[in-house]
Design a protein around this ligand. Structure first.
Ligand code: AMP
Length: 219
């Protein structure tokens, strides 16, 4: 199963992609995580991306398309993949189509997680993750069971993304509406989009996403 998870920043697509990765046994490909790794490594791509990401702007299509083209050739993608944060513009969606054709692959479904902008700002501003295993938490909505200790791995250090502040989030939402939302129409034309209400609790959204995917797998 090859799928795309679409949704504005804070819609929970990263969390849902991680859960699907475990349930379906296929790899999550997050361009945001790939770029953050480049930034941490201090590479040339990382230096270009860092400034743009901190400002809430998108990284140029050419960089992202090249990263993804190479990533999709790796062996762990053969059983299927979950695209998280890619494509984010119509040129990226077009490039993905060409790329998949050349690799004799196709998308099975595009899941669009639909949410409300103002709620997204509150959600993103409070989120953080375990520095050791990456498990996600939130100041208001998802605290660890024992304060200061990661439920998943027992880690005691936590990190917040540099671009998870209200000002940058507003820019990221603007970029989403101007550049990413039009790809829903692009995939609607191809009959691939399934819409899921992303406003409920995380577990409920997971069930809805899973049910859409199960139906798709049976069709
Ligand atoms: P994310 O982790 O998906 O929220 O992405 C964090 C940031 O990385 C975005 O705000 C962009 O600056 C950059 N980014 C991630 N994926 C893409 C993409 N497909 N195209 C352009 N920029 C991206």
């Amino acid at each position: 199963m090859n799928l795309v998870l679409l949704g504005p920043p804070g819609s929970g697509k990263g969390t849902q992609a991680k859960r699907l990765q475990e349930r379906l046994g296929i790899v999550q490909l997050s361009t945001g995580e790939m770029l953050r790794a480049e930034v941490a490594a201090g590479s040339e791509i990382g230096r270009t991306a860092d400034t743009l990401m901190k400002a809430g702007h998108l990284v140029p299509d050419s960089i992202i398309i090249d990263i993804m083209d190479k990533r999709l050739d790796q062996a762990d993608c053969a059983p299927g993949f979950i695209l998280d944060g890619f494509p984010r513009t119509v040129p990226q969606a077009t490039a993905l189509e060409v790329m998949l054709d050349a690799k004799k692959l196709k998308l099975d479904v595009v899941v669009s997680i639909e949410v409300d902008d103002e709620a997204m700002i509150a959600r993103i501003s409070g989120r953080y993750s375990c520095a050791k295993c990456g498990a996600g938490y939130h100041d208001l909505f998802q605290l660890p069971k024992v304060s200061g200790v990661c439920d998943t791995c027992g880690g005691v250090e936590f990190v917040r993304r540099k671009d998870d502040n209200a000002e940058t989030v507003r820019e990221r939402l603007k970029a989403y509406h101007a550049q990413t939302k039009p790809i829903i129409a692009f995939y609607d034309e191809r009959g691939l989009v399934k819409r899921v209400d992303g406003m409920g609790p995380i577990d409920e959204v997971t069930e809805k996403v899973q049910s859409v995917i199960d139906k798709q797998a049976m069709s």
